[in-house]
Ligand binder design. Structure first.
Ligand code: DHB
Ligand code: MG
Length: 189
């Protein structure tokens, strides 16, 4: 079986997973922070989920939400192949519905957004509500493909994500090809 990184190409899925150095960065961040409860919105083939979960402790868990059943199935296969089925739960659901299903497991240590950009603002609000103080929010495509200032609903949602994050998080944009926003929650309210 191929790797989760190659899976999109081999399964006629969109090749929109994070790059290898971003996956390495996510993996390092889990190790550096000791995050134990992680949420991902947008599983695709499971590449980023596997990268983040491979260093989780026996107490750690990652919930990853994917709304496309075929992608969720391919991801589950790769997660099993990586020996991480007990560490990762793939929830096949719409992003916001999936998030609503896991609130009882919070507060969370890390949330990684990599799903539909038109709801980045709503995912950010969820993360703000369900991360612990000191928890980390990450968002891929922070530059929104160079269209962040466009007058579209999607671009406006990504801008709102940035604006709200700047109020309750200490944040920075890491200059990956399409920007990786990273913030630490500093306020409760
Ligand atoms: C797309 C989505 C992504 O998350 C990404 O990193 C690149 C492209 C897309 O929907 O086209
Ligand atoms: Mg992305």
């Amino acid at each position: 079986m191929q790797s989760a990184f190659d899976a999109p190409q081999d399964n006629a899925m969109p090749e929109i997973m994070v790059g290898q150095s971003e996956a390495r960065f996510l993996s390092l961040l889990v190790q550096l922070t000791g995050a134990e409860k992680i949420v991902e919105v947008g599983t695709l083939a499971g590449y980023s989920a596997i990268s983040m979960a491979q260093h989780l402790s026996d107490h750690g868990h990652l919930w990853s939400i994917e709304n496309e059943p075929k992608h969720a199935e391919v991801a589950r296969q790769h997660i099993a192949q990586a020996g991480l089925s007990e560490r990762i739960t793939v929830i096949c659901a719409d992003g916001l519905d999936g998030l609503a299903q896991i609130v009882q497991h919070g507060p969370f240590d890390m949330v990684f957004l990599d799903a539909d950009k038109e709801r980045y603002d709503q995912y950010q609000i969820w993360a703000e509500d369900h991360l612990r103080v000191g928890g980390v929010l990450l968002a891929d495509n922070a530059y929104y493909f160079g269209h962040l200032l466009d007058e579209t609903d999607d671009a406006a949602a990504v801008r709102r994500m940035h604006e709200r994050t700047s109020l309750s998080f200490q944040s920075v944009c890491i200059p990956t090809p399409d920007g990786l926003m990273m913030g630490m929650k500093t306020r409760k309210d």
